[in-house]
Design a protein around this ligand. Sequence first.
Ligand code: PHE
Length: 431
Amino acid sequence: MEREEWSSTLGFILASIGSAVGIGNIWRFPYIVGANGGGAFLVPYLIAIFLFGLPLMVLELAIGRSTGTSIVSAFRSIQQRFTAAGIAIVAVVSLILGYYLVITGWVLAYAFFFALGRPVEFGAFTGSYLPLAFFLLSGLAVYVTVRSGVREGIERLSRYLIPVLLVILIFLVAFSLTEPGAFEGIEFYLSPDFSKLTDPAVWIAAFGQAFFSLSVGMGILITFGSYLRKGSLFRNATIIAVADILIAVLAGLVIFPLVFTAGLDPAAGVNLAFISLPTAFMEIQYGMLLGTLFFLMLFAAALTSAASMLEVPVAALMDSYGYPRKRATLLVFAVIMLLGLPSALSYTALNLEVFGTPFLDLADYMFGTIGLIVAGLIVSIVGGWFMSRTRICAEIDGCGWQQRAYMVLIRYGVPAILLVTLIGNFFRVVG
Ligand code: PHE
């Protein structure tokens, strides 16, 4: 069968923006900025994105386009012995998707109950069994998407949802900036505290966030690149990265003015999206409408990211074992639901915990943080050191000085930074 292809470069870019823009931009980025030096955080963050994230994005796309296949078979074609590494990365993506869909389900439920005018309280909601139903619904939504194929499913989803997301975002920014707490909120969010830049923890947070937000290092872009025929990878990756940054920055402009208007604690960290912000919506005028829009926007962002993750194991089954798309999707969907189940149950009355940590938090740490970094490390080493230079050059418009500088970054810079981030994350938990 002929390989599927994006309908156009724009379709590919939108799908990749859909993958990159997710819960990480709208919820995680603002609170990490707030906690790590405000505007000053943008210095390490932009360095992380452009100097290290972008080269890895380009490398992944180049591997995908050059080998014309998804991660496991691409790794196998680079060298037989890397097959297992490819499979390991597929496993990590699947494990991340399992708990990511649980959070996507929470978001959907929040949107639903805000729309009904009866917002839920976090503890009461997650303590019930309702999250299971919304987890299943979110899973079904990505299942139906990916089952429909690259162009008709994944690309089409982003073609609709990215514009919707942008319109809601711009509307919410405009509204937030007219609220009484706008000035204070923005001051907290963006006024730079440069003394924080001497703290290595801030840099480690920036690198972790950058790689997570770009959806890089997990074979998604290898898979997406395998459906791409032409166009400059540098240019396309830059467009995707810039869109990813802009949406994250704008999301903070929505959140902090509202939090300050309602007089809540802006450094609520992880609780920001699910506790502080809903409380803020309940206190301000038009809060129900705004809350519904906010969580719908977050749901759109999460869904397109989740679909891109699901495509990785599905494409691997299709390319390595010759499964037809529909059968592969059904099988992977069933496995993902099982993998996500412990996370879905972790806050319910069953209280699934390991050593006192809810399973979901543990999954986020083990797979979403450590696993993701290790996966990125593997991709940069296999692609940077073992794929022939001529093959990479053929994908990135030749081997001029720019490309050579990029290769140095990919071979030395990216693995070194990922290693430092990995060690930093270990110590944060141990220490
Ligand atoms: N980039 C997505 C976000 O910001 C999350 C994600 C991570 C998606 C890894 C795919 C792979 O939410």
